[in-house]
Design a protein around this ligand. Sequence first.
Ligand SMILES: [Zn+2]
Length: 347
Amino acid sequence: MKKKLLTLCLAGTLVIGGTSITSPLVNAAGNGPNYGGNETINTSILSTYQEMVDFLEKQEAKQERMEIEVIGQTVKGRDIHLVKYISNPENPTILYLTQQHGNEQLTTEGTLEFIKHLGTGKTKGVLDHVNVLILPMLNADGAMGDVNFSLEDYIASGDRHLTRYNANGVDINRDHIDKIEPETQALHENVLQKYDIDYMIDLHHQGADRVINGDELVSGSILYPTTPNVKEDVVEKSKQLGAVVYNELSPKGWALLGKYPGGSAETIARNGVAVQYDIATLLFEMRGMSDHNDPSRVIGQKSNGYLIKQTVNTLDATLRAVADGSINNQDVSFWDTLPEQTTKTNE
Ligand SMILES: [Zn+2]
Protein backbone atom coordinates (compact mmCIF):
# COMPACT_ATOMS: atom_id res chain seq x y z
CA MET A 1 0.00 0.00 0.00
CA LYS A 2 2.65 2.43 1.15
CA LYS A 3 5.05 1.43 -1.56
CA LYS A 4 2.41 1.96 -4.23
CA LEU A 5 1.62 5.42 -2.92
CA LEU A 6 5.22 6.60 -2.96
CA THR A 7 5.81 5.20 -6.44
CA LEU A 8 2.80 7.14 -7.61
CA CYS A 9 4.17 10.34 -6.10
CA LEU A 10 7.51 9.90 -7.81
CA ALA A 11 5.83 9.25 -11.14
CA GLY A 12 4.16 12.63 -10.67
CA THR A 13 7.58 14.18 -10.20
CA LEU A 14 8.78 12.85 -13.51
CA VAL A 15 5.84 14.35 -15.33
CA ILE A 16 6.36 17.72 -13.73
CA GLY A 17 10.09 17.55 -14.38
CA GLY A 18 9.37 16.74 -18.02
CA THR A 19 7.05 19.67 -18.61
CA SER A 20 9.37 22.11 -16.91
CA ILE A 21 12.05 21.51 -19.56
CA THR A 22 9.99 23.36 -22.14
CA SER A 23 9.23 26.28 -19.82
CA PRO A 24 11.50 29.16 -18.87
CA LEU A 25 13.17 28.22 -15.61
CA VAL A 26 11.75 31.00 -13.48
CA ASN A 27 8.19 30.65 -14.72
CA ALA A 28 8.14 26.93 -14.07
CA ALA A 29 9.11 27.28 -10.44
CA GLY A 30 6.45 27.04 -7.79
CA ASN A 31 3.72 26.98 -10.40
CA GLY A 32 2.08 23.79 -9.28
CA PRO A 33 -1.69 24.17 -9.01
CA ASN A 34 -2.84 26.34 -6.17
CA TYR A 35 -5.93 25.49 -4.19
CA GLY A 36 -8.25 28.30 -5.21
CA GLY A 37 -11.23 26.34 -3.93
CA ASN A 38 -11.53 24.01 -6.92
CA GLU A 39 -8.44 21.87 -6.63
CA THR A 40 -8.60 18.40 -5.08
CA ILE A 41 -7.14 18.05 -1.63
CA ASN A 42 -7.72 14.58 -0.31
CA THR A 43 -5.88 13.61 2.83
CA SER A 44 -6.56 9.90 2.26
CA ILE A 45 -3.56 9.65 -0.08
CA LEU A 46 -1.18 10.71 2.71
CA SER A 47 0.48 8.11 4.92
CA THR A 48 -1.34 7.54 8.17
CA TYR A 49 0.71 7.29 11.34
CA GLN A 50 0.24 3.50 11.33
CA GLU A 51 1.26 3.20 7.67
CA MET A 52 4.40 5.16 8.49
CA VAL A 53 5.24 2.89 11.43
CA ASP A 54 4.62 -0.25 9.33
CA PHE A 55 6.88 1.19 6.62
CA LEU A 56 9.67 2.00 9.09
CA GLU A 57 9.52 -1.47 10.67
CA LYS A 58 9.65 -3.11 7.25
CA GLN A 59 12.65 -1.00 6.26
CA GLU A 60 14.39 -1.74 9.54
CA ALA A 61 14.02 -5.47 8.88
CA LYS A 62 15.45 -5.01 5.37
CA GLN A 63 18.22 -2.50 6.06
CA GLU A 64 21.22 -3.70 8.00
CA ARG A 65 22.39 -0.22 9.04
CA MET A 66 19.02 1.18 10.03
CA GLU A 67 17.76 1.13 13.59
CA ILE A 68 14.53 2.45 15.13
CA GLU A 69 14.34 3.88 18.64
CA VAL A 70 11.11 4.89 20.36
CA ILE A 71 11.96 8.18 22.10
CA GLY A 72 8.64 8.89 23.81
CA GLN A 73 4.91 9.17 23.28
CA THR A 74 2.56 11.85 22.02
CA VAL A 75 -0.26 13.28 24.17
CA LYS A 76 -2.53 10.51 22.84
CA GLY A 77 0.05 7.81 23.51
CA ARG A 78 1.46 7.25 20.00
CA ASP A 79 5.08 6.10 20.02
CA ILE A 80 7.49 8.67 18.55
CA HIS A 81 10.07 6.99 16.31
CA LEU A 82 13.66 8.02 15.73
CA VAL A 83 15.38 6.41 12.74
CA LYS A 84 19.14 6.04 13.17
CA TYR A 85 22.08 5.27 10.91
CA ILE A 86 25.09 5.45 13.21
CA SER A 87 28.26 3.98 11.74
CA ASN A 88 30.89 5.68 13.88
CA PRO A 89 30.48 7.97 16.91
CA GLU A 90 33.36 10.09 15.57
CA ASN A 91 31.43 10.98 12.41
CA PRO A 92 29.55 14.25 12.08
CA THR A 93 25.83 13.80 12.77
CA ILE A 94 22.86 15.37 11.02
CA LEU A 95 19.25 15.34 12.24
CA TYR A 96 16.24 15.68 9.95
CA LEU A 97 13.02 16.64 11.73
CA THR A 98 9.57 16.68 10.14
CA GLN A 99 5.99 17.56 11.03
CA GLN A 100 6.27 19.44 14.25
CA HIS A 101 3.17 20.89 12.64
CA GLY A 102 0.82 18.02 11.90
CA ASN A 103 -0.70 19.54 8.74
CA GLU A 104 2.68 19.81 6.96
CA GLN A 105 3.00 16.25 5.77
CA LEU A 106 4.78 16.10 2.39
CA THR A 107 8.10 16.60 4.18
CA THR A 108 7.39 13.32 5.97
CA GLU A 109 6.44 11.58 2.71
CA GLY A 110 9.74 12.74 1.20
CA THR A 111 11.63 11.61 4.28
CA LEU A 112 10.14 8.10 4.05
CA GLU A 113 11.19 7.99 0.40
CA PHE A 114 14.69 9.06 1.50
CA ILE A 115 14.83 6.25 4.10
CA LYS A 116 14.01 3.76 1.36
CA HIS A 117 16.72 5.35 -0.76
CA LEU A 118 19.26 4.87 2.05
CA GLY A 119 18.67 1.13 1.83
CA THR A 120 19.24 0.79 -1.91
CA GLY A 121 23.02 0.99 -2.00
CA LYS A 122 23.01 4.34 -3.85
CA THR A 123 24.44 5.86 -0.70
CA LYS A 124 27.00 3.07 -0.34
CA GLY A 125 30.10 4.52 1.27
CA VAL A 126 28.36 7.78 2.21
CA LEU A 127 26.92 6.32 5.40
CA ASP A 128 30.43 5.33 6.52
CA HIS A 129 31.25 9.01 7.00
CA VAL A 130 28.11 10.54 8.50
CA ASN A 131 25.62 9.60 11.20
CA VAL A 132 22.00 10.25 10.32
CA LEU A 133 19.08 10.76 12.69
CA ILE A 134 15.61 11.09 11.22
CA LEU A 135 12.56 12.03 13.26
CA PRO A 136 9.51 11.90 11.00
CA MET A 137 6.06 13.11 12.08
CA LEU A 138 6.92 14.41 15.55
CA ASN A 139 3.33 15.63 15.93
CA ALA A 140 1.55 12.38 15.05
CA ASP A 141 -1.69 13.32 16.89
CA GLY A 142 -2.02 16.53 14.86
CA ALA A 143 -1.18 14.62 11.68
CA MET A 144 -3.99 12.17 12.41
CA GLY A 145 -6.45 14.88 13.50
CA ASP A 146 -6.72 13.07 16.84
CA VAL A 147 -6.92 16.22 18.96
CA ASN A 148 -8.99 17.69 21.78
CA PHE A 149 -10.54 20.47 19.71
CA SER A 150 -12.74 20.75 16.63
CA LEU A 151 -11.39 20.63 13.05
CA GLU A 152 -14.80 20.87 11.39
CA ASP A 153 -13.97 24.06 9.47
CA TYR A 154 -10.85 22.53 7.88
CA ILE A 155 -10.82 22.41 4.08
CA ALA A 156 -9.42 19.06 2.92
CA SER A 157 -11.60 16.10 2.05
CA GLY A 158 -10.59 12.54 2.89
CA ASP A 159 -10.73 10.28 5.89
CA ARG A 160 -9.08 12.66 8.33
CA HIS A 161 -8.13 16.27 8.95
CA LEU A 162 -4.58 17.34 9.76
CA THR A 163 -3.78 20.21 12.10
CA ARG A 164 -0.78 22.30 13.07
CA TYR A 165 -1.27 21.83 16.81
CA ASN A 166 -0.76 18.83 19.06
CA ALA A 167 -3.68 17.16 20.84
CA ASN A 168 -3.58 19.81 23.59
CA GLY A 169 -3.91 22.57 21.01
CA VAL A 170 -0.30 23.67 21.52
CA ASP A 171 2.11 24.71 18.76
CA ILE A 172 5.09 22.44 19.47
CA ASN A 173 7.37 24.79 17.60
CA ARG A 174 6.80 27.47 20.24
CA ASP A 175 7.73 25.12 23.09
CA HIS A 176 11.49 24.76 22.67
CA ILE A 177 12.34 26.81 25.79
CA ASP A 178 9.65 25.63 28.23
CA LYS A 179 9.41 22.06 26.85
CA ILE A 180 6.03 21.41 28.41
CA GLU A 181 4.51 19.11 25.79
CA PRO A 182 5.47 15.41 25.70
CA GLU A 183 6.53 15.63 22.03
CA THR A 184 8.93 18.51 22.74
CA GLN A 185 10.27 16.78 25.85
CA ALA A 186 10.97 13.58 23.92
CA LEU A 187 12.83 15.48 21.22
CA HIS A 188 14.98 17.41 23.69
CA GLU A 189 15.65 14.77 26.33
CA ASN A 190 16.07 11.72 24.13
CA VAL A 191 17.52 13.18 20.93
CA LEU A 192 19.01 16.67 21.26
CA GLN A 193 20.54 16.06 24.71
CA LYS A 194 21.44 12.44 24.08
CA TYR A 195 23.21 12.53 20.72
CA ASP A 196 26.16 14.65 19.63
CA ILE A 197 24.44 16.45 16.76
CA ASP A 198 26.21 18.89 14.43
CA TYR A 199 23.44 19.83 11.98
CA MET A 200 19.66 19.87 11.95
CA ILE A 201 17.15 20.61 9.21
CA ASP A 202 13.69 21.44 10.52
CA LEU A 203 11.23 20.72 7.70
CA HIS A 204 7.93 22.60 7.42
CA HIS A 205 5.33 23.85 4.96
CA GLN A 206 4.24 27.48 4.63
CA GLY A 207 1.35 29.25 2.91
CA ALA A 208 0.95 28.53 -0.81
CA ASP A 209 0.98 32.22 -1.74
CA ARG A 210 4.56 33.28 -0.95
CA VAL A 211 6.53 35.08 -3.66
CA ILE A 212 9.84 36.73 -4.46
CA ASN A 213 10.63 39.32 -7.12
CA GLY A 214 7.06 40.63 -6.98
CA ASP A 215 5.00 37.71 -8.22
CA GLU A 216 7.09 34.57 -8.60
CA LEU A 217 5.69 31.83 -6.38
CA VAL A 218 8.41 30.08 -4.42
CA SER A 219 8.65 26.32 -3.96
CA GLY A 220 10.02 27.02 -0.49
CA SER A 221 12.01 29.30 1.77
CA ILE A 222 15.03 28.78 4.00
CA LEU A 223 16.66 30.48 6.98
CA TYR A 224 19.52 30.01 9.45
CA PRO A 225 19.25 30.93 13.17
CA THR A 226 18.63 34.63 13.68
CA THR A 227 18.85 35.25 17.40
CA PRO A 228 21.78 37.33 18.67
CA ASN A 229 22.51 34.61 21.25
CA VAL A 230 23.71 32.03 18.71
CA LYS A 231 27.48 31.60 18.44
CA GLU A 232 28.99 33.02 15.28
CA ASP A 233 30.48 29.73 14.11
CA VAL A 234 27.09 28.02 14.54
CA VAL A 235 25.50 30.68 12.33
CA GLU A 236 28.26 30.19 9.76
CA LYS A 237 27.76 26.42 9.73
CA SER A 238 24.02 26.94 9.42
CA LYS A 239 24.55 29.22 6.43
CA GLN A 240 26.76 26.54 4.87
CA LEU A 241 24.00 23.98 5.37
CA GLY A 242 21.63 26.37 3.58
CA ALA A 243 24.16 26.82 0.77
CA VAL A 244 24.19 23.08 0.09
CA VAL A 245 20.38 23.12 -0.18
CA TYR A 246 20.37 26.25 -2.34
CA ASN A 247 23.01 24.90 -4.73
CA GLU A 248 21.21 21.58 -5.02
CA LEU A 249 17.76 23.01 -5.74
CA SER A 250 18.42 26.22 -7.68
CA PRO A 251 19.21 24.47 -10.99
CA LYS A 252 15.94 22.51 -10.84
CA GLY A 253 13.19 23.91 -13.04
CA TRP A 254 10.55 23.20 -10.40
CA ALA A 255 12.36 24.92 -7.54
CA LEU A 256 12.55 28.56 -6.54
CA LEU A 257 13.77 29.48 -3.07
CA GLY A 258 13.25 32.64 -1.06
CA LYS A 259 14.62 33.75 2.26
CA TYR A 260 12.20 33.13 5.13
CA PRO A 261 11.45 36.36 7.04
CA GLY A 262 12.16 35.03 10.53
CA GLY A 263 12.63 36.71 13.91
CA SER A 264 14.69 36.11 17.02
CA ALA A 265 12.27 34.05 19.17
CA GLU A 266 14.09 31.16 20.80
CA THR A 267 10.88 29.25 21.42
CA ILE A 268 11.16 27.96 17.83
CA ALA A 269 13.53 25.13 16.90
CA ARG A 270 15.63 27.06 14.35
CA ASN A 271 16.77 29.48 17.05
CA GLY A 272 16.21 27.53 20.26
CA VAL A 273 18.08 24.40 19.23
CA ALA A 274 21.01 26.44 17.89
CA VAL A 275 21.29 28.43 21.13
CA GLN A 276 20.84 25.55 23.57
CA TYR A 277 23.00 22.91 21.88
CA ASP A 278 25.25 24.79 19.41
CA ILE A 279 23.68 22.76 16.61
CA ALA A 280 23.76 24.37 13.16
CA THR A 281 20.14 24.61 12.06
CA LEU A 282 18.24 25.29 8.87
CA LEU A 283 14.53 25.96 8.62
CA PHE A 284 13.08 24.77 5.32
CA GLU A 285 9.51 25.85 4.62
CA MET A 286 8.01 24.14 1.59
CA ARG A 287 5.08 25.48 -0.36
CA GLY A 288 1.52 24.81 0.84
CA MET A 289 -0.03 22.69 3.56
CA SER A 290 -1.96 19.43 3.50
CA ASP A 291 -4.97 20.84 5.36
CA HIS A 292 -6.04 24.10 7.05
CA ASN A 293 -9.10 26.23 7.62
CA ASP A 294 -7.49 29.05 5.60
CA PRO A 295 -7.60 28.48 1.80
CA SER A 296 -4.40 30.49 1.20
CA ARG A 297 -2.44 27.96 3.23
CA VAL A 298 -3.30 24.73 1.44
CA ILE A 299 -2.08 23.45 -1.90
CA GLY A 300 -3.62 21.11 -4.47
CA GLN A 301 -2.26 17.60 -4.47
CA LYS A 302 -0.94 17.88 -8.04
CA SER A 303 2.01 19.67 -6.43
CA ASN A 304 2.85 16.65 -4.28
CA GLY A 305 5.40 15.28 -6.75
CA TYR A 306 7.81 18.20 -6.85
CA LEU A 307 7.43 18.99 -3.15
CA ILE A 308 8.29 15.42 -2.18
CA LYS A 309 11.19 15.51 -4.61
CA GLN A 310 12.34 18.79 -3.03
CA THR A 311 12.57 17.01 0.33
CA VAL A 312 14.40 13.97 -1.05
CA ASN A 313 16.94 16.14 -2.90
CA THR A 314 17.50 18.30 0.17
CA LEU A 315 18.19 15.33 2.42
CA ASP A 316 20.37 13.54 -0.12
CA ALA A 317 22.50 16.60 -0.93
CA THR A 318 23.09 17.60 2.69
CA LEU A 319 23.87 14.01 3.71
CA ARG A 320 26.57 13.81 1.04
CA ALA A 321 28.01 17.25 1.80
CA VAL A 322 28.37 16.45 5.50
CA ALA A 323 29.83 13.02 4.70
CA ASP A 324 32.52 14.25 2.29
CA GLY A 325 33.23 17.46 4.22
CA SER A 326 32.36 19.70 1.26
CA ILE A 327 29.85 21.46 3.53
CA ASN A 328 32.84 23.21 5.14
CA ASN A 329 33.84 24.84 1.84
CA GLN A 330 30.47 26.32 0.96
CA ASP A 331 30.29 29.92 -0.21
CA VAL A 332 27.62 31.54 1.96
CA SER A 333 27.53 34.88 0.13
CA PHE A 334 24.31 33.93 -1.70
CA TRP A 335 22.48 34.67 1.56
CA ASP A 336 23.25 38.38 1.09
CA THR A 337 21.29 38.54 -2.16
CA LEU A 338 18.66 35.84 -1.62
CA PRO A 339 15.36 37.75 -1.87
CA GLU A 340 13.18 37.69 1.22
CA GLN A 341 9.76 36.29 0.37
CA THR A 342 6.54 38.22 0.78
CA THR A 343 2.88 37.21 0.54
CA LYS A 344 1.37 37.53 -2.90
CA THR A 345 -1.15 40.33 -3.08
CA ASN A 346 -4.42 39.58 -4.81
CA GLU A 347 -4.86 41.66 -7.92
ZN1 LIG B 1 5.43 24.40 10.29
